[in-house]
Design a protein around this ligand. Structure first.
Ligand SMILES: Nc1ncnc2c1ncn2[C@@H]1O[C@H](COP(=O)(O)OP(=O)(O)OP(=O)(O)O)[C@@H](O)[C@H]1O
Length: 415
Protein backbone atom coordinates (compact mmCIF):
# COMPACT_ATOMS: atom_id res chain seq x y z
CA UNK A 1 0.00 0.00 0.00
CA UNK A 2 1.43 3.44 -0.89
CA UNK A 3 2.35 5.88 1.84
CA UNK A 4 -0.42 8.46 1.82
CA UNK A 5 0.83 10.61 4.69
CA UNK A 6 1.37 14.31 3.87
CA UNK A 7 4.43 16.33 4.76
CA UNK A 8 5.51 19.81 3.64
CA UNK A 9 7.84 19.75 0.62
CA UNK A 10 8.89 23.20 -0.35
CA UNK A 11 12.39 22.75 -1.71
CA UNK A 12 11.46 24.49 -4.99
CA UNK A 13 8.75 26.97 -4.09
CA UNK A 14 9.41 29.89 -1.79
CA UNK A 15 5.75 30.89 -2.21
CA UNK A 16 3.69 29.07 -4.85
CA UNK A 17 0.70 31.43 -4.41
CA UNK A 18 2.69 34.18 -6.07
CA UNK A 19 2.15 32.43 -9.38
CA UNK A 20 -1.61 32.49 -8.92
CA UNK A 21 -4.18 34.73 -10.57
CA UNK A 22 -4.96 36.48 -7.29
CA UNK A 23 -1.45 37.77 -6.73
CA UNK A 24 -0.66 41.17 -8.21
CA UNK A 25 3.00 42.13 -8.07
CA UNK A 26 3.94 45.49 -6.57
CA UNK A 27 5.29 46.60 -9.96
CA UNK A 28 4.08 45.66 -13.40
CA UNK A 29 6.75 45.00 -15.97
CA UNK A 30 6.52 44.70 -19.75
CA UNK A 31 3.63 47.16 -20.22
CA UNK A 32 5.42 50.51 -20.16
CA UNK A 33 3.76 52.04 -23.25
CA UNK A 34 0.25 51.03 -22.21
CA UNK A 35 0.85 52.27 -18.65
CA UNK A 36 2.07 55.62 -19.99
CA UNK A 37 -1.03 56.09 -22.19
CA UNK A 38 -3.37 54.98 -19.43
CA UNK A 39 -1.64 57.32 -17.00
CA UNK A 40 -2.20 60.27 -19.35
CA UNK A 41 -5.87 59.33 -19.74
CA UNK A 42 -6.32 59.32 -15.93
CA UNK A 43 -4.43 62.55 -15.36
CA UNK A 44 -7.55 64.83 -15.38
CA UNK A 45 -8.73 63.10 -12.19
CA UNK A 46 -5.84 64.45 -10.13
CA UNK A 47 -6.42 67.92 -11.63
CA UNK A 48 -10.01 67.77 -10.41
CA UNK A 49 -11.26 67.90 -13.99
CA UNK A 50 -13.96 65.75 -15.59
CA UNK A 51 -12.52 62.24 -15.96
CA UNK A 52 -12.13 60.63 -19.37
CA UNK A 53 -14.23 57.63 -20.24
CA UNK A 54 -11.69 55.00 -21.17
CA UNK A 55 -12.05 51.81 -23.16
CA UNK A 56 -9.36 49.21 -22.59
CA UNK A 57 -9.25 46.29 -24.98
CA UNK A 58 -7.04 43.42 -25.99
CA UNK A 59 -6.96 39.65 -25.95
CA UNK A 60 -7.15 37.60 -22.80
CA UNK A 61 -4.24 37.61 -20.33
CA UNK A 62 -2.50 40.72 -21.66
CA UNK A 63 -2.61 42.68 -18.40
CA UNK A 64 -5.73 44.85 -18.86
CA UNK A 65 -7.12 44.16 -15.40
CA UNK A 66 -3.74 44.06 -13.68
CA UNK A 67 -2.64 47.41 -15.13
CA UNK A 68 -6.02 49.01 -14.34
CA UNK A 69 -5.81 47.96 -10.69
CA UNK A 70 -2.18 48.99 -10.46
CA UNK A 71 -2.85 52.50 -11.78
CA UNK A 72 -6.05 53.04 -9.82
CA UNK A 73 -4.33 52.07 -6.58
CA UNK A 74 -1.67 54.66 -7.30
CA UNK A 75 -4.26 57.22 -8.31
CA UNK A 76 -6.19 56.68 -5.08
CA UNK A 77 -3.03 57.13 -3.03
CA UNK A 78 -2.11 60.32 -4.89
CA UNK A 79 -5.68 61.63 -4.70
CA UNK A 80 -5.32 61.33 -0.93
CA UNK A 81 -2.10 63.33 -1.03
CA UNK A 82 -3.58 66.13 -3.16
CA UNK A 83 -6.97 66.27 -1.45
CA UNK A 84 -8.93 65.01 -4.46
CA UNK A 85 -12.23 63.37 -3.53
CA UNK A 86 -11.99 60.09 -5.47
CA UNK A 87 -13.94 56.85 -5.25
CA UNK A 88 -13.23 53.87 -7.50
CA UNK A 89 -15.59 50.94 -7.98
CA UNK A 90 -14.78 47.77 -9.89
CA UNK A 91 -17.50 45.49 -11.19
CA UNK A 92 -16.81 42.32 -13.14
CA UNK A 93 -19.69 41.87 -15.56
CA UNK A 94 -19.23 38.14 -16.03
CA UNK A 95 -22.71 36.61 -15.97
CA UNK A 96 -24.38 40.05 -16.08
CA UNK A 97 -25.96 39.93 -19.50
CA UNK A 98 -28.05 43.10 -19.57
CA UNK A 99 -27.86 46.76 -18.66
CA UNK A 100 -30.44 46.04 -15.98
CA UNK A 101 -28.31 43.45 -14.20
CA UNK A 102 -25.18 45.57 -14.40
CA UNK A 103 -27.06 48.62 -13.09
CA UNK A 104 -28.44 46.71 -10.09
CA UNK A 105 -25.03 45.32 -9.25
CA UNK A 106 -23.55 48.79 -9.49
CA UNK A 107 -26.17 50.24 -7.17
CA UNK A 108 -25.34 47.53 -4.67
CA UNK A 109 -21.61 48.21 -4.95
CA UNK A 110 -22.11 51.94 -4.42
CA UNK A 111 -24.57 51.71 -1.53
CA UNK A 112 -23.68 50.68 2.03
CA UNK A 113 -23.83 46.85 2.31
CA UNK A 114 -27.00 46.83 4.42
CA UNK A 115 -28.92 48.98 1.92
CA UNK A 116 -28.68 46.72 -1.15
CA UNK A 117 -31.60 46.17 -3.51
CA UNK A 118 -32.91 42.84 -4.78
CA UNK A 119 -31.81 41.55 -8.18
CA UNK A 120 -35.24 41.53 -9.80
CA UNK A 121 -38.58 43.29 -9.75
CA UNK A 122 -37.62 46.93 -10.32
CA UNK A 123 -38.38 48.91 -13.47
CA UNK A 124 -35.20 50.04 -15.24
CA UNK A 125 -35.94 53.72 -14.74
CA UNK A 126 -36.16 53.12 -10.99
CA UNK A 127 -32.82 51.29 -10.94
CA UNK A 128 -31.21 54.14 -12.86
CA UNK A 129 -32.70 56.67 -10.49
CA UNK A 130 -31.22 54.72 -7.55
CA UNK A 131 -27.92 54.66 -9.38
CA UNK A 132 -27.89 58.44 -9.84
CA UNK A 133 -28.83 58.89 -6.15
CA UNK A 134 -26.03 56.60 -5.04
CA UNK A 135 -23.49 58.44 -7.20
CA UNK A 136 -24.75 61.80 -6.02
CA UNK A 137 -24.46 60.90 -2.37
CA UNK A 138 -20.87 59.70 -2.87
CA UNK A 139 -19.96 62.88 -4.77
CA UNK A 140 -16.51 63.89 -5.99
CA UNK A 141 -14.98 61.89 -8.82
CA UNK A 142 -16.34 58.36 -9.14
CA UNK A 143 -14.47 56.03 -11.49
CA UNK A 144 -16.49 52.97 -12.42
CA UNK A 145 -14.54 50.04 -13.85
CA UNK A 146 -16.71 47.62 -15.83
CA UNK A 147 -14.48 44.61 -16.44
CA UNK A 148 -15.56 42.12 -19.13
CA UNK A 149 -18.11 44.75 -20.16
CA UNK A 150 -18.96 42.85 -23.38
CA UNK A 151 -21.11 40.48 -21.30
CA UNK A 152 -23.75 43.20 -21.35
CA UNK A 153 -24.41 42.21 -24.99
CA UNK A 154 -26.47 44.34 -27.33
CA UNK A 155 -28.47 45.98 -24.53
CA UNK A 156 -26.34 49.09 -24.13
CA UNK A 157 -28.74 51.45 -22.29
CA UNK A 158 -26.42 51.72 -19.33
CA UNK A 159 -23.34 52.23 -21.45
CA UNK A 160 -25.15 55.09 -23.13
CA UNK A 161 -26.47 56.63 -19.90
CA UNK A 162 -23.56 56.25 -17.51
CA UNK A 163 -20.92 58.30 -19.33
CA UNK A 164 -23.55 61.01 -19.94
CA UNK A 165 -24.87 61.06 -16.36
CA UNK A 166 -23.61 64.58 -15.74
CA UNK A 167 -24.23 66.16 -19.13
CA UNK A 168 -27.78 64.79 -19.09
CA UNK A 169 -28.37 66.33 -15.67
CA UNK A 170 -28.86 63.00 -13.87
CA UNK A 171 -26.09 63.80 -11.42
CA UNK A 172 -24.66 67.11 -10.42
CA UNK A 173 -22.27 66.71 -7.52
CA UNK A 174 -20.48 63.62 -8.89
CA UNK A 175 -18.05 63.52 -11.81
CA UNK A 176 -18.51 60.05 -13.27
CA UNK A 177 -15.85 58.32 -15.35
CA UNK A 178 -16.34 54.89 -16.88
CA UNK A 179 -13.52 52.47 -17.63
CA UNK A 180 -14.76 49.64 -19.83
CA UNK A 181 -12.51 46.60 -20.24
CA UNK A 182 -13.07 43.94 -22.87
CA UNK A 183 -11.32 41.09 -24.63
CA UNK A 184 -14.03 40.87 -27.26
CA UNK A 185 -12.50 42.87 -30.06
CA UNK A 186 -15.75 42.99 -32.03
CA UNK A 187 -17.71 44.45 -29.09
CA UNK A 188 -16.34 47.96 -29.40
CA UNK A 189 -16.75 47.94 -33.17
CA UNK A 190 -20.38 46.92 -32.87
CA UNK A 191 -21.37 49.60 -30.37
CA UNK A 192 -23.80 52.23 -31.62
CA UNK A 193 -21.81 55.30 -32.73
CA UNK A 194 -23.31 57.44 -29.96
CA UNK A 195 -22.35 54.88 -27.30
CA UNK A 196 -18.90 54.40 -28.78
CA UNK A 197 -18.13 58.09 -28.83
CA UNK A 198 -18.95 58.61 -25.16
CA UNK A 199 -17.83 55.29 -23.69
CA UNK A 200 -14.61 55.17 -25.65
CA UNK A 201 -13.33 58.76 -25.46
CA UNK A 202 -9.89 57.30 -25.01
CA UNK A 203 -9.08 53.85 -26.38
CA UNK A 204 -6.17 51.89 -25.02
CA UNK A 205 -5.19 48.75 -26.83
CA UNK A 206 -3.21 46.09 -25.04
CA UNK A 207 -1.34 43.99 -27.62
CA UNK A 208 -0.33 40.39 -26.89
CA UNK A 209 2.93 40.09 -24.95
CA UNK A 210 5.97 39.16 -26.99
CA UNK A 211 8.50 36.64 -25.67
CA UNK A 212 10.77 39.39 -24.29
CA UNK A 213 7.95 40.98 -22.31
CA UNK A 214 6.78 37.63 -20.99
CA UNK A 215 10.33 36.93 -19.89
CA UNK A 216 10.22 40.10 -17.80
CA UNK A 217 6.86 39.11 -16.29
CA UNK A 218 8.00 35.57 -15.48
CA UNK A 219 11.41 36.61 -14.15
CA UNK A 220 9.76 39.01 -11.76
CA UNK A 221 7.47 36.24 -10.47
CA UNK A 222 10.17 33.61 -10.21
CA UNK A 223 12.18 35.81 -7.90
CA UNK A 224 9.35 35.83 -5.37
CA UNK A 225 7.83 32.41 -6.04
CA UNK A 226 10.94 30.15 -6.18
CA UNK A 227 14.11 29.62 -4.23
CA UNK A 228 17.31 30.71 -5.94
CA UNK A 229 18.53 28.02 -8.32
CA UNK A 230 15.18 26.19 -8.38
CA UNK A 231 14.79 26.76 -12.11
CA UNK A 232 17.20 25.65 -14.83
CA UNK A 233 18.35 28.63 -16.92
CA UNK A 234 16.28 27.74 -19.96
CA UNK A 235 12.96 27.37 -18.11
CA UNK A 236 11.84 31.02 -18.11
CA UNK A 237 12.87 31.63 -21.75
CA UNK A 238 11.06 28.45 -22.81
CA UNK A 239 7.84 29.31 -20.93
CA UNK A 240 8.03 32.83 -22.41
CA UNK A 241 8.48 31.54 -25.93
CA UNK A 242 5.51 29.20 -25.55
CA UNK A 243 3.47 32.01 -23.97
CA UNK A 244 4.19 34.26 -26.95
CA UNK A 245 3.20 31.48 -29.33
CA UNK A 246 -0.01 30.81 -27.40
CA UNK A 247 -1.47 34.27 -27.93
CA UNK A 248 0.94 36.35 -25.82
CA UNK A 249 -1.11 35.53 -22.73
CA UNK A 250 0.68 36.09 -19.39
CA UNK A 251 -1.85 33.95 -17.56
CA UNK A 252 -1.04 30.98 -19.77
CA UNK A 253 2.70 31.52 -19.41
CA UNK A 254 2.39 31.67 -15.61
CA UNK A 255 0.18 28.57 -15.59
CA UNK A 256 2.74 26.71 -17.67
CA UNK A 257 5.55 27.66 -15.30
CA UNK A 258 3.53 26.54 -12.29
CA UNK A 259 2.47 23.27 -13.94
CA UNK A 260 6.12 22.55 -14.82
CA UNK A 261 7.23 23.25 -11.24
CA UNK A 262 4.41 21.07 -9.88
CA UNK A 263 5.62 18.20 -12.06
CA UNK A 264 9.19 18.75 -10.83
CA UNK A 265 7.95 18.73 -7.25
CA UNK A 266 5.99 15.51 -7.84
CA UNK A 267 9.22 14.00 -9.25
CA UNK A 268 11.17 15.13 -6.17
CA UNK A 269 13.51 16.91 -8.60
CA UNK A 270 16.08 19.42 -7.33
CA UNK A 271 15.38 21.81 -10.19
CA UNK A 272 12.65 22.52 -12.70
CA UNK A 273 13.98 21.67 -16.16
CA UNK A 274 12.90 22.23 -19.75
CA UNK A 275 11.69 18.60 -19.80
CA UNK A 276 9.21 19.50 -17.06
CA UNK A 277 8.07 22.47 -19.15
CA UNK A 278 7.59 20.28 -22.22
CA UNK A 279 5.60 17.68 -20.26
CA UNK A 280 3.50 20.36 -18.58
CA UNK A 281 2.76 21.97 -21.91
CA UNK A 282 1.63 18.66 -23.40
CA UNK A 283 -0.61 18.14 -20.39
CA UNK A 284 -2.13 21.64 -20.51
CA UNK A 285 -2.62 21.42 -24.26
CA UNK A 286 -4.28 18.09 -23.81
CA UNK A 287 -6.71 19.53 -21.26
CA UNK A 288 -7.47 22.48 -23.52
CA UNK A 289 -8.14 20.30 -26.56
CA UNK A 290 -10.24 17.89 -24.51
CA UNK A 291 -12.36 20.78 -23.20
CA UNK A 292 -12.67 22.32 -26.66
CA UNK A 293 -13.85 19.06 -28.23
CA UNK A 294 -16.18 18.16 -25.38
CA UNK A 295 -17.94 21.52 -25.86
CA UNK A 296 -18.54 21.00 -29.59
CA UNK A 297 -22.06 20.46 -30.89
CA UNK A 298 -22.87 16.98 -32.30
CA UNK A 299 -22.67 18.14 -35.93
CA UNK A 300 -19.16 19.47 -35.39
CA UNK A 301 -18.20 16.27 -33.60
CA UNK A 302 -19.49 14.21 -36.52
CA UNK A 303 -17.30 16.16 -38.92
CA UNK A 304 -14.37 15.69 -36.59
CA UNK A 305 -15.14 11.98 -36.25
CA UNK A 306 -15.10 11.73 -40.04
CA UNK A 307 -11.64 13.28 -40.10
CA UNK A 308 -10.44 10.98 -37.29
CA UNK A 309 -11.41 7.90 -39.28
CA UNK A 310 -9.52 9.23 -42.30
CA UNK A 311 -6.49 10.06 -40.19
CA UNK A 312 -6.54 6.59 -38.61
CA UNK A 313 -6.47 5.09 -42.10
CA UNK A 314 -3.59 7.34 -43.12
CA UNK A 315 -5.78 9.19 -45.58
CA UNK A 316 -5.00 12.70 -44.39
CA UNK A 317 -4.57 15.51 -45.31
CA UNK A 318 -8.03 14.86 -46.70
CA UNK A 319 -9.97 17.08 -49.08
CA UNK A 320 -13.12 18.73 -47.74
CA UNK A 321 -15.18 16.64 -50.14
CA UNK A 322 -13.68 13.41 -48.83
CA UNK A 323 -14.38 14.49 -45.24
CA UNK A 324 -17.91 15.31 -46.28
CA UNK A 325 -18.48 11.87 -47.79
CA UNK A 326 -17.29 10.13 -44.64
CA UNK A 327 -19.35 12.51 -42.51
CA UNK A 328 -22.48 11.70 -44.56
CA UNK A 329 -21.86 7.97 -44.05
CA UNK A 330 -21.56 8.47 -40.32
CA UNK A 331 -24.79 10.48 -40.30
CA UNK A 332 -26.48 7.71 -42.27
CA UNK A 333 -25.47 5.07 -39.79
CA UNK A 334 -26.77 7.13 -36.86
CA UNK A 335 -29.81 9.24 -36.23
CA UNK A 336 -28.25 12.50 -37.47
CA UNK A 337 -29.37 14.42 -40.53
CA UNK A 338 -26.48 15.31 -42.80
CA UNK A 339 -26.06 19.03 -43.46
CA UNK A 340 -25.04 20.52 -46.81
CA UNK A 341 -21.43 20.43 -48.02
CA UNK A 342 -21.29 24.16 -47.53
CA UNK A 343 -22.27 23.91 -43.85
CA UNK A 344 -19.74 21.15 -43.33
CA UNK A 345 -17.02 23.38 -44.82
CA UNK A 346 -18.06 26.02 -42.24
CA UNK A 347 -17.87 23.41 -39.47
CA UNK A 348 -14.39 22.45 -40.62
CA UNK A 349 -13.35 26.11 -40.48
CA UNK A 350 -14.75 26.49 -36.97
CA UNK A 351 -13.04 23.36 -35.68
CA UNK A 352 -9.79 24.59 -37.18
CA UNK A 353 -10.30 27.95 -35.46
CA UNK A 354 -10.22 26.09 -32.13
CA UNK A 355 -6.85 24.59 -32.98
CA UNK A 356 -8.20 21.04 -33.13
CA UNK A 357 -7.44 20.57 -36.84
CA UNK A 358 -5.29 22.26 -39.45
CA UNK A 359 -5.78 22.72 -43.16
CA UNK A 360 -3.75 23.72 -46.15
CA UNK A 361 -4.71 25.03 -49.56
CA UNK A 362 -3.69 23.00 -52.61
CA UNK A 363 -3.70 23.79 -56.26
CA UNK A 364 -3.64 20.86 -58.68
CA UNK A 365 -4.02 23.09 -61.68
CA UNK A 366 -6.36 22.06 -64.44
CA UNK A 367 -6.38 18.43 -63.36
CA UNK A 368 -7.58 18.83 -59.80
CA UNK A 369 -8.41 22.49 -59.31
CA UNK A 370 -8.01 24.26 -55.98
CA UNK A 371 -8.97 22.56 -52.76
CA UNK A 372 -8.40 22.55 -49.04
CA UNK A 373 -7.03 19.49 -47.23
CA UNK A 374 -7.54 18.81 -43.53
CA UNK A 375 -5.80 16.87 -40.82
CA UNK A 376 -5.86 16.59 -37.04
CA UNK A 377 -3.56 18.83 -35.02
CA UNK A 378 -3.54 16.29 -32.18
CA UNK A 379 -3.29 12.56 -31.81
CA UNK A 380 -6.28 10.49 -32.91
CA UNK A 381 -6.33 8.86 -29.46
CA UNK A 382 -6.68 12.22 -27.72
CA UNK A 383 -9.42 13.45 -30.05
CA UNK A 384 -11.31 10.17 -29.77
CA UNK A 385 -11.10 10.18 -25.98
CA UNK A 386 -12.61 13.67 -25.91
CA UNK A 387 -15.64 12.68 -27.99
CA UNK A 388 -16.29 9.19 -26.67
CA UNK A 389 -19.95 10.10 -26.11
CA UNK A 390 -20.50 10.63 -29.82
CA UNK A 391 -18.50 7.55 -30.76
CA UNK A 392 -20.65 5.51 -28.37
CA UNK A 393 -23.72 6.87 -30.06
CA UNK A 394 -22.64 6.55 -33.69
CA UNK A 395 -20.62 3.36 -33.29
CA UNK A 396 -16.96 2.49 -33.68
CA UNK A 397 -15.81 2.90 -37.25
CA UNK A 398 -13.66 0.01 -38.54
CA UNK A 399 -10.68 2.30 -39.07
CA UNK A 400 -10.38 3.05 -35.36
CA UNK A 401 -11.12 -0.39 -33.91
CA UNK A 402 -7.54 -0.73 -32.67
CA UNK A 403 -7.68 2.67 -30.99
CA UNK A 404 -10.80 2.19 -28.91
CA UNK A 405 -10.50 -0.01 -25.86
CA UNK A 406 -13.83 -1.83 -25.86
CA UNK A 407 -14.37 -1.52 -29.59
CA UNK A 408 -16.13 -4.84 -29.97
CA UNK A 409 -19.06 -3.23 -28.14
CA UNK A 410 -20.43 -1.43 -31.19
CA UNK A 411 -18.92 -1.63 -34.60
CA UNK A 412 -19.83 0.29 -37.71
CA UNK A 413 -18.47 -0.94 -40.97
CA UNK A 414 -18.75 1.64 -43.65
CA UNK A 415 -17.89 1.49 -47.32
N1 LIG B 1 2.76 42.97 -16.77
C1 LIG B 1 2.46 42.02 -15.90
N2 LIG B 1 3.26 41.81 -14.84
C2 LIG B 1 2.95 40.84 -13.97
N3 LIG B 1 1.87 40.04 -14.04
C3 LIG B 1 1.06 40.22 -15.08
C4 LIG B 1 1.30 41.21 -16.05
N4 LIG B 1 0.33 41.14 -16.99
C5 LIG B 1 -0.49 40.16 -16.61
N5 LIG B 1 -0.07 39.60 -15.47
C6 LIG B 1 -0.71 38.50 -14.78
O1 LIG B 1 -1.34 37.65 -15.74
C7 LIG B 1 -2.65 37.31 -15.36
C8 LIG B 1 -3.64 37.83 -16.37
O2 LIG B 1 -3.60 39.26 -16.40
P1 LIG B 1 -4.90 40.17 -16.47
O3 LIG B 1 -6.00 39.58 -15.62
O4 LIG B 1 -4.52 41.55 -16.19
O5 LIG B 1 -5.27 39.98 -17.99
P2 LIG B 1 -6.47 40.60 -18.81
O6 LIG B 1 -5.89 41.23 -20.00
O7 LIG B 1 -7.33 41.42 -17.91
O8 LIG B 1 -7.21 39.27 -19.25
P3 LIG B 1 -8.78 38.91 -19.33
O9 LIG B 1 -9.31 39.66 -20.50
O10 LIG B 1 -8.76 37.44 -19.56
O11 LIG B 1 -9.38 39.29 -18.02
C9 LIG B 1 -2.83 37.87 -13.95
O12 LIG B 1 -2.49 36.88 -13.03
C10 LIG B 1 -1.84 39.01 -13.90
O13 LIG B 1 -1.41 39.26 -12.59
Amino acid sequence: MPDISFSPDDSLYRDRDRLSEEYTPAELVGRDDEIARYHTALQPVINNEDPNNIFVYGKTGVGKTAVTRYLLEQLEADAGTYGVDLTTVELNCEGLTSSYQVAINLVNKLRPPDEGISNTGHPMHEVLSQLWDALESIGGTVLIVLDEVDNIGGDDTLLYQLPRARSNGNVDAARVGVIGISNDLAFRENLRPEVKSSLAEVNIRFPPYDAGELKQVLSQRTSVAFYDGALADDVVPLCSAYGAKDGGDARKALDLLRAAADLARADNADTVTSDHVESARRELEREEVMDGIADLADQHKLVLYALVTLEAADETPARSQKVYERYAELCDSSTHDARTTRRVRDFLGEIEGLGITASSRHNDGLAGGQYRAHELSHSTELVLAAMSDLVDHVGVHESIVGLVEDSDRISVSLA
